[in-house]
Write a protein that binds this ligand. Sequence first.
Ligand code: DQQ
Length: 542
Amino acid sequence: SIVDPLLRTGFHFQPPKNWINDPNAPMYYEGWYHFFYQYNPKGAVWGNIVWAHSVSRDLINWEAIETAIEPSIPADQYGCWSGSATTLPDGTPVIMYTGINRPDVNYQVQNVAYPRNRSDPMLREWVKPEHNPIIVPESDINATQFRDPTTAWLASDGQWRLLIGSAAGGGARGAAFVYRSRDFRQWRRVPRPLHSAATGMWECPDFYPAAPGRTVGLDASSAPGRPQVKYVLKNSLDLRRYDYYTVGTYDEKAERYVPDDPAGDEHHLRYDYGNFYASKTFYDPAKKRRVLWGWANESDTRADDVAKGWAGIQAIPRTVWLDFGGKQVIQWPIEEVEALRHQPVTLRDTVIKRGEHVEVTGIQTAQADVEVSFEVSSLLAGAEPLDPALAHDAERLCGARGADVEGGVGPFGLWVLASANLEERTAVFFRVFKAAGSDKPVVLMCTDPTKSSLNPDLYLPTFAGFVDTDLSDGKISLRSLIDRSVVESFGAGGKTCILSRVYPSLAVDKNAHLYVFNNGKADVKVTLLTAWQMKKPLMNGA
Ligand code: DQQ
């Protein structure tokens, strides 16, 4: 059944039990990575929210330590919601988070907390100064839509800035308000938001600099005013429950951000076209990279969560950077996850013909990392026509042309968490289309979980995103991190990512199989596939 303990993930971040949601205040301090998260200490549903705290040397092996922040002052007595960490110039980390200070409505204010003892690299104890709350909503702001402060950055004028997620226009618009401070204590709002769009409320904004084509990350305070630097603004859409971003420029003087693509807020480029929300990055000074954390909730029922006693995981942390053109974010699992790989098996130069599939054997694949490179030919001659009505809606396109619908070039890809007779299988695949009047192929990446389980009552949405490639060399890669009830996939080197939760009834533990399939008319060649079993890291004592 779905409450099968063997469906619990092995190497994705998770506490031993109970509900978790947003990642909070990720940071690196004195040799340790710190991770906090929204946590219900009393059960497997959302509520009673505190900040749980774990520490790690490598972002993979985790040790749970004391709760960092829980209701204890008037300004947070009904909840300690999401927030971020900022490292002050003297090296002190400070957390700013949203407190709920009224019982009846979710009235939101912002509070700070400081480490009691800076010489403790574990930062076990956090102190809330008397001057909390330090930011309260002014009368023109809806106090129930005013939360999730970002990491602060020092602008060229030497003053701090941070963003708070909010709404405008009676809730119709999402808005990120800028607050300014000299001393991290007195904060004043800049009247106009940094940016705003007609999307509904923005939760958990994130805003950071990045240099196109460079995988090395930038610290938010080192970048303002630097030429060649672009900014990414990410927002979590409360109404639609996904994280989208734009790439643009930050005009410090005007206190404004302008997306390069004027329609960027409507195009909704997403970090992940699957189950991934309330994400947040941090700059890792140890490896000079920017790392993204995101929450993946369950897609079973609430009753199942209660029966399991747990709900929610974090995606594998991802290194993020901008592509050469500065058009989109590229994401790749942090290199440390590769330390969990063992027992590689490979498949080389294997042609998979129309309607065929090949099993990858020799290892257990319920907990695995798979990297595969495909080569396709007869691209435009073979590709199926793109229905113009679906040309801008990847999800509907994939819903209509799923993994079992034969195409021209594709669908081809992986069947993961598959049962021996394929009654259960989750398809992760590409499909190539030809748009009318264009000589560039359109590449779609999908995760189709509709056959993932014989268990009833599961929410099994098909997830999909377009991949920004013209396949000029006919090559495309796919990587999937498979972890019992999660399939986290990276297409074309991390251009398009999809995380999906699935709960097989047969394809569990030793009974999970892995295949490469091709349901297109054109041959597809696997030039190289490597699959590894993944060890279980230390995971919060579970
Ligand atoms: N979750 C937190 C809020 C945030 C939301 C509450 C996003 O601060 O807006 O648990 O998932």
